[in-house]
Design a binder for this molecule. Structure first.
Ligand code: FE
Length: 208
């Protein structure tokens, strides 16, 4: 086996180069820690939670429950924050939730035109495109065009409602239940629900 460089005893520190943003975050964390304002272990715990425990599967669980339990769906319409919290999903960036239901007449699309407000408790951290200026401006101006770029072509007579998230209110799209999903368990239904479908940038998949 050959190495393509000589210094094969190096300690791989050169793999830890930071991007500008990572360097800034690291600097901020260091300063706050030195001042005693921040416990690095607390940061690690939060990051770990969003990497492993908090993500779109939470939202998919909410959607699947709404599809199978009309009383829950009704509660979700009236008080999404409480209904979602009843499944154990609460906390940061999910304090004030509203569920918007896709129907045969109306498709819902969520954006944050100002920055990147997003329902972390049910969807985890936002995808890169959600934070991109192009999505944030065009989702409002030309939602149908944006959806087409995501591969979603809606009937021309279907209305599209665009919801602008804020720090005060976060939206969760409840996709239409796909045809042919009768008799599936809640867990199997949840597998049909993608992250993007809960932002409104996709629709729920048909069972395979
Ligand atoms: Fe925002």
């Amino acid at each position: 086996m050959t190495h393509d460089h000589d210094d094969h005893d190096h300690d791989h520190d050169h793999d830890n180069r930071y991007t500008d943003m990572q360097a800034r975050v690291k600097a901020l964390e260091t300063v706050l820690t030195e001042k005693g304002l921040l416990d690095p272990a607390a940061i690690d715990a939060i990051v770990e939670a969003y990497e492993t425990r908090i993500g779109p599967r939470n939202g998919a669980h909410v959607v699947a429950r709404a599809w199978t339990d009309p009383a829950f769906a009704d509660w979700l319409k009236r008080d999404a924050t409480a209904a979602i919290a009843s499944l154990g999903y609460a906390g940061r960036q999910g304090e004030h939730m509203r569920a918007v239901f896709n129907t045969p007449d109306t498709h819902n699309l969520v954006v944050c035109t100002l920055c990147s407000c997003y329902p972390w408790s049910v969807l985890g951290l936002p995808p890169v495109w959600y934070k991109a200026p192009a999505y944030r401006s065009r989702a409002v101006i030309d939602p149908r065009g944006v959806l087409a770029e995501f591969g979603v072509t809606l009937p021309a007579d279907k209305k599209i409602r665009v919801w602008d998230s804020t720090a005060e209110l976060r939206y969760l799209v409840i996709p239409e239940r796909p045809p042919g999903a009768n008799g599936l368990s809640e867990a199997d239904l949840a597998k049909l629900v993608s992250r993007d479908s809960m932002i409104g940038a996709s629709i729920a998949g048909a069972p395979t």
